[in-house]
Design a protein around this ligand. Structure first.
Ligand SMILES: [Zn+2]
Length: 123
């Protein structure tokens, strides 16, 4: 469905990093650690979407972030210390930590993306 929402850096940052409703910028996105509100507490905008709009996207994004962080860690450690078993374990730890620590941001980003592309409820 076409949308008239124009992406703005301010909206992107507010939703992705401050976890606020992409529609009004006031209501919180999350009601728990990783659970989104179904509708915005401030403006009532749909934050859930239809047909599992949130399913998969944030997970794929989180794994991509974790993979890139792990790859960067491996490259730096391998370049500095060469191969050692602890380099692989550290790489894995960095990747998992990156996934866990950025998952809320990934989910918030995905919510912003769904809103910008018109996949969330429109006015
Ligand atoms: Zn709102």
């Amino acid at each position: 469905m076409p949308t008239d929402h124009r992406p703005a850096l301010r909206d992107f940052l507010r939703t992705t990093f401050h976890h606020r409703c992409p529609h009004c910028g006031e209501g919180p996105l999350f009601q728990g650690a990783y659970t989104l509100h179904t509708t915005c507490e401030a403006c009532g905008a749909d934050l859930e979407g239809l047909h599992g709009a949130h399913f998969g996207g944030p997970i794929i994004l989180g794994y991509a972030v974790g993979g890139l962080a792990g790859l960067a860690a491996f490259a730096l450690l391998f370049w500095r210390f060469g191969y050692a078993p602890w380099v692989l374990w550290t790489t894995l730890l960095v990747a998992v930590a990156a996934i866990v620590l950025t998952f809320r941001h990934c989910k918030a980003f995905w919510t912003w993306w769904l809103w910008v592309t018109g996949e969330l409820g429109q006015d």
